[in-house]
Design a protein around this ligand. Structure first.
Ligand SMILES: Nc1ncnc2c1ncn2[C@@H]1O[C@H](COP(=O)(O)OP(=O)(O)O)[C@@H](O)[C@H]1O
Ligand SMILES: O=C(OP(=O)(O)O)[C@H](O)COP(=O)(O)O
Length: 398
């Protein structure tokens, strides 16, 4: 049984204003949502509440706005995509607090659904500022958190609100925790992790503990470049956080102490432009031209990754191995994803993958349904794997 309240504990919500924190931080290209998984996963909670007559008010962030409102990070287009997936109208308010939000909430009838503008347009959100939490709380009677993938953030909309209003876990929050516990609660060894992607600074610290939990850590994508640079490899103009070199070195030391193998790329696909079809070549990892970027790991690396997958009984994966959205830099991610899917289908691997872009990459490879479990969460999933308490979950238990 869950150690927090769920929608099963919410009896009469008819006419109540229910603030539902969802994660609508979905991949978007040219103004279009390219992967609907995160939206699809929150539909059961929205439908259930709406069908019971609640006035459903969705709270969500989008991207990482640096300085207040940024038109390109508006949730407006996501409201339209949510309405399409939900199959019912979703109103949109141009602000997440204040007069515009209050008016939009006041206009709701029982069963209606409203999405408020990006919560991160207010600096207080990420600071978990009690004054902003109070403003959010004034818009609702009940709080439901269905954003497991943002539960590692102690923000007003993910943590503060659970203290300010009667708080419940949504269906996806509940399902994610149950599925992760079932798949990875007692993982069969050898366990390997693949970590790639672009969120280097926010994820690198997690690797310090992860290397103590897994037998091998494959590092690809933008994350690999930071490790390569730390050990003295010239990565040219690649995405790389040079100031994290010491952290990367420390992780490699921790891994050696824990007996965790670290697998870094031995070759890379390099290009001079970050665009589909850009002229590219595969080079040995110590021969990256100074004016080029590594946009994917090379064939020899993929071969090694697939061999590690063959040795594993359990695979956890967050972050694509390359810039999979732009062909041909999707090759390594697609190859490893298909390889892991085939091993899973053959009953030889438990495979759990997560992250907004990782899910999109698995869908792109056509194998998301073949993995044991696909989580909507990337960072939150890795923190859960580390055994770290997630603020958005802990507060629901409080
Ligand atoms: N070598 C690379 N250079 C630049 N970007 C990369 C590289 N490899 C992967 N990426 C980018 O990483 C992004 C996904 O990273 P991240 O947000 O950490 O994953 P997730 O959303 O699955 O947690 C993708 O947009 C992809 O293009
Ligand atoms: O996309 C997300 O996380 P993920 O990239 O780890 O899957 C979540 O929406 C959290 O976003 P954040 O990492 O900007 O806090």
């Amino acid at each position: 049984m869950a150690d927090f309240k769920t929608l099963d504990d919410l009896s009469d919500v008819s006419g109540k204003r229910v603030l539902v924190r969802v994660d609508l931080n979905v991949p978007v290209a040219d103004g279009k949502v390219t992967d609907l998984t995160r939206i699809e996963r929150v539909v059961p909670t929205i439908k259930e509440l709406s069908d019971k007559g609640a006035r459903v008010i969705l709270l969500a962030h989008f991207g990482r706005p640096k300085d207040g409102p940024a038109p390109e990070l508006s949730l407006r287009p996501i409201a339209a995509a949510t309405a399409e997936v939900l199959g019912r109208p979703v109103a949109f308010a141009e602000d997440c607090v204040g007069e515009k939000a209050e008016q939009a909430v006041a206009a709701l009838n029982n069963g209606d659904v409203l999405l408020l503008e990006n919560t991160r347009f207010y600096k207080g959100e990420e600071k978990n500022d009690p004054a902003l939490t109070e403003q959010f709380a004034a818009l609702g009677d009940i709080y439901v958190n269905d954003a497991f993938s943002a539960a590692h953030r102690a923000h007003c909309s993910t943590e503060g609100l659970a203290r300010a209003l009667p708080a419940y876990a949504g269906r996806t929050m509940q399902a994610e925790l149950e599925a992760l516990e079932k798949g990875l609660g007692a993982p069969v060894k050898p366990v390997i992790a693949i970590v790639g992607g672009a969120k280097v600074s926010t994820k690198i610290d997690l690797l310090m503990n992860l290397v103590k939990k897994v037998d091998a850590l494959v590092i690809g994508g933008g994350m690999a470049n930071t490790f390569l640079a730390a050990r003295g490899t010239d990565v040219g103009k690649s995405l790389c956080e040079h100031d994290l070199a010491n952290t990367a070195k420390q992780i490699m030391i921790e891994a050696a102490t824990a007996g965790c193998a670290i697998i870094l790329p031995v070759d890379g696909v390099v290009a001079r432009e970050f665009k589909a079809g850009a002229a590219n070549e595969t080079v040995a990892i110590d021969s990256v031209p100074a004016d080029a970027m590594i946009l994917d790991v090379g064939e020899k690396t993929v071969e090694a990754v697939n061999q590690w997958i063959d040795r594993a009984a359990t695979l956890v994966w967050n972050g694509p191995l390359g810039a999979f959205e732009i062909e041909p830099f999707d090759k390594a991610t697609v190859s490893a994803a298909r390889h892991a899917a085939a091993r899973t289908k053959a009953g030889r691997l438990v495979s759990v993958a997560g992250g907004g872009d990782t899910v999109a990459a698995l869908n792109h490879a056509g194998v998301a349904d073949d993995f044991t479990y696909v989580s909507t969460a990337g960072g939150a999933f890795l923190e859960w794997m580390e055994g770290k308490p997630l603020p958005g979950v802990e507060v629901l238990k409080a």
